[in-house]
Each structure stands twice: as structure tokens, then as C-alpha cells.
Design a protein. Structure first.
Length: 310
């Protein structure tokens, strides 16, 4: 079965809750944007109460990365993060079903000339991003101004995957499975831009421990390897949800100079430092609910284990 083909098994009782969630998401985007964000904030506060395991993970990450904050400041940041997380879920619905005339007034872009210049030279481009709660909406908004391709990991829920797959087909030039390295390299060599976020915990064969907020973090070295093999330039791309429902700022940065350097650890550290800098500018919008420091050097006890936290 192809994921973009509807099948009657999606009507089974096991998918009824998913259908309800999709219907709610579809309904929310019919509201004015300010109400959408208010509902997202309410949803985030509900998640803050109910998602106890993810709340503990986020609290641990914040304590590790911002040790100089007082406990009250850390708790405030944690609460603000969950509000941002809830708004990110609403923004996912905007990515799937939002109309361009609805989103255009919310979009502000800087640095697009860097991307245009690289593509006009026939170079492939790695759009280096990171897992912020605004990741989905940032990709959708940029795609309206410059076509690019995306890497993706299939969702475990088959119905959600069907919906997302069709949304990707409508919004992006192509969706490449994350493990299909050959297709990724081929696309870069053909001069395409590909959206890529390497900032989650990675324990594969190309993993290195590089500092993230000065903490050794298992990080993929694939960005440097892909740039070396394909000849693509690396253009950092980040997005920020603006205050007071003003919309989103999309920032495309100058291509990384002297990258790759031929030294994997230095390149990987450089990328982590770049992402760290952006996270410090908008800490509540980073995806703290992910176990970023799951793997540790020398198989040390996990930061997320009860033993370590006691």
C-alpha cells in the first residue's frame, strides 16, 4: 500500500480518535489567527499538566542548558515552552490546510538572496535548520517563496502519515525518506535545495559527541559528509514566532564559509554552536521535549534516568 492512497482500513475503529483530532485541527484553522494562537496556548497548558513524562524531559533539558537560571526562571521557561508547543500543533494544521492568502500577511523573510544566489549558480543547498516548535510552519511559509525538498521520517500512525504525505506532495517539490542517502545526494548534485535538521540525539555509525550548550551531545556528522560528497553549500535557515500574533520571521543566513573543513568534529561542533546561539535568542520555542542528551560518552547514566535525577 502506498501512503498517499486512501484505504478503507483508515475507517476502522482504531483510527476514530485520529479522525476526531484531524477534524478538530481542520476546524481550528477556520478561526482568525489570533484565536488559533490562543487555542494553541490553551492546548499547550493542558499538555503541561497531562504530559508528565515529556514535562520531565523538558525540565531536565532546560536545567542542563540553563544552569544559571533560578528554579523559578526554569519553571517559567518550561511553562512558556509548552505554550509554544501547543501553538506549534495548531501551526501544523495551518501547514496542511492553510491557504496562501491566509498565511502571506504573517510572513516576513530576510536573507532570501543568499538562497537565490546559490541556486542560480546551479549549486545544491542544504537548508540547515533545527527542531523548533515552529519547524513545520517555517517550512510551509518558505516553500511559498522558494521550492525545495524535505527529508522526512514516516509517522507511526498510518492515517497521520497519509495526511502528511499528501500535504508534502502539495507543498514541497519532493519528500525524501530520511534513510535514503543515495536519493538525498543525487538531489543535491542536481542543484536542489533540501531542508535538513540534524540537531536531535543520534547514535548511528556517523555519530559524534559534540558540545551542545557545552554538554556532550550525540550528533550526526552527516551535514559535513553530505556537503563534501555533493558539493552543496550549507545555508542556515531558522524561523521565529513573533510576539503579539505578528506572524513569523524567516531568516536565511549567509552560506557557511570553509565548510566542510575536512574535520568532522570541528564541523559538527560548529553547527551545534550555531544552533545553540539561535536557541538562546528564542529558548521557549526550541523542542525541549526531545531527549537531546539521551546518549552520553562512555555509557554514563542517562540524564533522564531516575537514578541520575535523584
Amino acid at each position: 500500500m502506498q501512503p498517499n492512497k486512501f484505504t478503507f482500513r483508515y475507517l476502522a475503529p482504531s483510527f476514530w480518535i485520529t479522525w476526531i483530532l484531524l477534524a478538530v485541527m481542520r476546524t481550528i484553522i477556520l478561526l482568525p489567527y489570533s484565536l488559533q494562537m490562543s487555542m494553541g496556548a490553551w492546548l499547550g497548558q493542558l499538555l503541561h499538566i497531562l504530559a508528565s513524562e515529556r514535562r520531565k524531559i523538558a525540565a531536565t533539558n532546560i536545567a542542563l542548558c540553563f544552569p544559571r537560571l533560578t528554579q523559578i526562571e526554569q519553571k517559567n521557561l518550561l511553562h512558556a515552552h509548552f505554550i509554544s508547543l501547543g501553538q506549534g500543533l495548531v501551526e501544523t494544521a495551518l501547514c496542511w490546510w492553510g491557504r496562501q492568502q491566509q498565511l502571506a500577511p504573517l510572513t516576513k523573510i530576510t536573507g532570501k538572496a543568499y538562497l537565490d544566489s546559490a541556486l542560480n549558480q546551479g549549486k545544491g543547498v542544504i537548508l540547515l535548520s533545527a527542531h523548533f516548535t515552529t519547524l513545520e510552519i517555517g517550512g510551509r511559509l518558505l516553500a511559498e517563496h522558494c521550492p525545495f525538498q524535505v527529508l522526512y521520517r514516516p509517522h507511526k500512525n498510518a492515517l497521520f502519515e497519509w495526511v502528511m504525505h499528501n500535504a508534502r506532495k502539495r507543498r514541497f517539490n519532493k519528500a525524501i525518506p530520511r534513510k535514503n542517502t543515495r536519493a538525498l545526494i543525487r538531489s543535491l548534485k542536481q542543484g536542489n535545495a533540501i531542508w535538513y535538521a540534524p540537531d536531535q540525539n543520534y547514535s548511528g555509525v556517523n555519530s559524534l559527541f559534540a558540545p551542545f550548550f557545552d554538554i556532550p551531545a550525540a550528533t550526526t556528522s552527516a551535514t559535513s559528509r553530505l556537503a563534501a560528497i555533493s558539493g552543496a553549500c550549507v545555508i542556515p535557515f531558522f524561523q521565529m514566532r513573533l510576539p503579539d500574533n505578528q506572524g513569523y520571521l524567516l531568516t536565511l543566513c549567509p552560506p557557511l564559509e570553509n565548510f566542510p573543513s575536512g574535520k568532522l568534529l570541528e564541523d559538527t561542533t560548529r553547527i551545534n554552536q550555531l544552533i545553540t546561539q539561535v536557541v538562546r535568542e528564542q529558548p521557549e520555542q526550541y523542542l525541549w521535549v526531545h531527549r537531546r542528551f539521551k546518549n552520553r560518552p562512555d555509557n554514563k547514566t542517562s540524564h533522564y534516568s531516575r537514578k541520575h535525577n535523584t
